[in-house]
Write a protein that binds this ligand. Sequence first.
Ligand code: ADP
Ligand code: MG
Length: 269
Amino acid sequence: FEEANVIRKSHRIKVSGTAPPPPLRSFAELEGKPGCCKRLLGNLAGAGFTEPTPIQRQAATALLAGRELLAVAPTGSGKTLGFLLPLLMLVRRLKAEEHAAEQAAAAAGGEGSEGGSGGDEEEGEGARSSSSLKAVVVSPTKELSVQTARVLKLLLPGLRTRCSVLSKATAAGTDFNKVDILMAQPLRLGAMAEEGKIDLSSVRLLILDEADKLFELGFTEQIDTVIAACRHRGCTRALFSATLPEAVENLARSVLKDPLRVTVGERNT
Ligand code: ADP
Ligand code: MG
């Protein structure tokens, strides 16, 4: 605990809330953790990310511990990777768990059931959700979604994880229920969720990026819709923002479960 406070102090990380996990000392510390692998750490280093920034240190361990989060740090402080890295690890962990469960089910069901060319399990057990979507990042603009997807793609080579940006063009041609990670804006995502065109019931991590702008721009209703559509019991929600106006913080706190608040730099309201 003492060491955690030393790291926080030296990086000017302030955290409030119940039992915050210690911040990361280095990216290397993630090696061997569920959802991490040498390839991911290699991709990270290859992209020039060698030392975590302060917000990344505390946001990563909080999200990996399944904590809901209000993360406030100035523009340019690396918030994007602060949520993308733990997001990717969580998604990979969930996929690995699902894969193991499918293997176990196949092994159990395979006994005595002959025939078929093997491996074609189209109908399955019917227990699976219609969607494999695990994580959603909501941004105020398409440009920001594209930019976020660009950072994510730096981390993805060799990891068999699919991401997509929801847009007018992709809305028609993509089966978003087969994507693992989705970047979207509140209007289109909210509408598609309401119309049943996209199934968010399997989403386990919902990130609201530039949360101050999301609420400033009047997307409160759409965000409520998205939050409600991400109805998995184990869904974690987190806000990332450069500023956190009191009204937004109050709104967020009315929804989030026992959130941690992480602030780097000046307290900015
Ligand atoms: P924010 O969302 O907080 O405004 P960004 O996530 O856009 O900030 O990051 C700002 C810049 O910092 C980007 O150019 C990004 O590549 C760089 N950056 C982020 N994390 C690191 C890191 N750990 N090491 C080096 N550069 C980083
Ligand atoms: Mg940002």
